[in-house]
Design a protein around this ligand. Structure first.
Ligand code: RP5
Length: 167
């Protein structure tokens, strides 16, 4: 049994993007808890969540935020758990502000940053981290990657069929 995943979102307005993260966590058989908590609007609560995460049985933190997205970095400042940051698209800069805010962490406090709106990949990365101590999860991940490869093979076959029709 893997440790749980703590998912923290800067706002419930991040949910439409983060839905694919929750689905992927479920598909990979991981248990998770999710909270809305803001580095700017509720800084004390954010610190407390991160400080207590390890003792509460979490093995990885996923943090999603948009705009001046300091939430993942602030959580990372208060825990030794790996923190995965998800920059959320939006605002005048379309998520580039969130990407830079999350990825450009100072030495010693890393945040593993996925693509803008890369919510599903955050779940896969969390699973890959936890799979180091969970052989059943490692097998589920291996199967997941095999399915990805099979889907590419199927796409290639479809391409070859289309090319035959052109000739
Ligand atoms: C960030 O500001 C949140 O993560 C969200 O992406 C963005 C806007 O938040 P709301 O104004 O919708 O609450 O902190």
């Amino acid at each position: 049994m893997s440790k749980r995943v703590l998912v923290v979102m800067g706002s419930d307005s991040d949910f439409p993007v983060m839905e694919s993260c929750f689905r992927m966590l479920q598909d990979l058989g991981l248990s998770y808890e999710a909270q809305v908590c803001s580095a700017h609007r509720t800084p004390d609560a954010a610190a407390e969540l991160a400080k207590t995460a390890r003792d509460n049985g979490f093995g990885v933190v996923i943090a999603a935020a948009g705009l001046a997205a300091h939430l993942p970095g602030v959580l990372a400042a208060y825990t030794i758990l790996p923190v995965i940051g998800v920059p959320i698209r939006g605002g005048a800069l379309n998520g580039q502000d969130a990407l830079y805010a999350i990825v450009q962490m100072p030495a010693g406090i890393p945040v593993a940053t996925v693509a803008i709106d890369g919510a599903a990949n955050a779940a896969v990365l969390a699973a890959q981290i936890l799979a180091g101590a969970d052989e059943e999860l490692a097998e589920r991940l291996t199967k997941y990657k095999e399915n990805l490869a099979a889907a590419v093979a199927a796409r290639n076959e479809r391409l070859q069929d289309k090319l035959k029709e052109l000739r």
